[in-house]
Design a protein around this ligand. Structure first.
Ligand code: DP6
Length: 333
């Protein structure tokens, strides 16, 4: 039996589009900050058939249909990957999985990133007598469940390197700086608690239908990813703000011009973004905005800006607010 705990992350350079969908091999690198909360805890053990028990915020949830299939696929692919490491028999039968999530549903905090990074860490702990996996190897298992989950395996600031070729281990996460490097906060403004209609997995498969997709990949490969890494290493907030906002808006442009178009941002999102821009101009606040596949606005700021950003967030009518900061990533328990 093995237990692990993990959390979501928020991306500054977004992962959107794969070169191989079943293996989640991304077209370009991405980069995120691992969050300190909310957390997911997973306990796994050997079993004869796949069994999943799940509870979200204390409420039991049945895992069926495509959700169950997704877990089965990850376990099968994880076995295939462990085979390439010479430990084919490390996960012999099936697994019983108990998931305890403290992530409120449909708030725009990627629960799949927390769940699959947590599952990967738990698998690593379960097989530790056969082989001690490195963080990078754990990130490969996490990626097989959800691309962005690879980044939550480590703490602080983490890149998912796309790599090259079609092998199962071609893309992996690397830590740029740990959670003690730079204290940044993520104040999350949630205008709507509706479940999104098109999930990320379906969205990735549409990315290449946008006429702007190729230019986006080119920009990340030639410039943005490196600028983002530099901004973090130099703790240059203005640089981080420029490159991450450019990339987030570019990703949404690709989404909105794909076929069929994916419109994740709402009028409320645009209003909040407009007001954040005005606030930072008048008060010279180190705060940046970024949005994933939903209307939720993440306001990432430095420690000294937290109070003013929190006040701004609380003043948003009809919005739920959630607060987090840079965190340590998936770990055994
Ligand atoms: C917009 O990792 O959620 O949040 O591999 O299908 O689970 P799957 O996709 P996912 O994609 C993340 C999309 C994003 C950007 C990001 O977090 O980098």
């Amino acid at each position: 039996m093995a237990t692990a705990i993990s959390t979501p992350n928020i991306a500054f350079i977004k992962y959107w589009g794969n070169r191989n969908n079943p293996l989640r091999l991304p077209m370009a690198d991405s980069l995120s900050m691992t969050l300190s909360e909310p957390s997911v805890e997973i306990t796994i053990d050997h079993a004869d058939t796949l069994k999943i028990q799940s509870s979200t915020m204390g409420e039991d949830r049945e895992v069926t249909g495509k959700h169950l299939d997704r877990f089965q696929k990850v376990i099968d692919l994880a076995k295939e990957y462990l085979g390439t490491l010479g430990i084919d028999d490390a996960l012999p039968g099936e697994l019983s999985i108990r998931i305890d999530s403290h992530i409120p549903p449909a708030v725009g905090l990627a629960s799949s990133a927390a769940v699959f990074s947590c599952l990967a860490r738990a698998i690593a702990a379960l097989i530790t007598e056969k082989k001690e996996l490195t963080d990078e190897q754990v990130s490969i298992i996490a990626r097989l469940g959800s691309g962005s989950a690879a980044r939550s395996v480590m703490g602080g600031f983490v890149a998912l390197e796309a790599g090259e070729g079609a092998s199962i281990d071609a893309a992996k996460a690397v830590q740029i700086a740990d959670e003690n490097h730079w204290l940044l906060h993520d104040i999350v403004v949630i205008p709507s608690r509706e479940e999104k209609k098109v999930g990320s997995t379906e969205g990735h498969a549409l990315a290449a239908t946008s006429p702007y997709f190729a230019a986006r990949i080119q920009a990340i490969r030639t410039r943005r990813q490196q600028e983002c890494i530099d901004s973090i290493l130099e703790k240059d907030f203005e640089k981080l703000q420029r490159v991450s906002e450019e990339d987030a808006l570019d990703m949404h442009h690709v989404m909105e011009t794909s076929n069929p178009p994916l419109k994740y941002l709402s009028q409320e999102t645009h209003r909040i973004v407009g007001e954040v821009k005005a606030l930072r101009e008048t008060k010279h606040l180190p705060v940046l905005f970024t949005m994933d596949a939903g209307p939720t606005v993440h306001l990432v700021c430095t420690d000294e800006a937290t109070e003013e950003v929190r006040a701004f967030a609380s003043a948003q009518k009809g919005c739920t607010i959630f607060e987090s900061q840079v965190g340590p990533g998936a770990r055994g328990k």
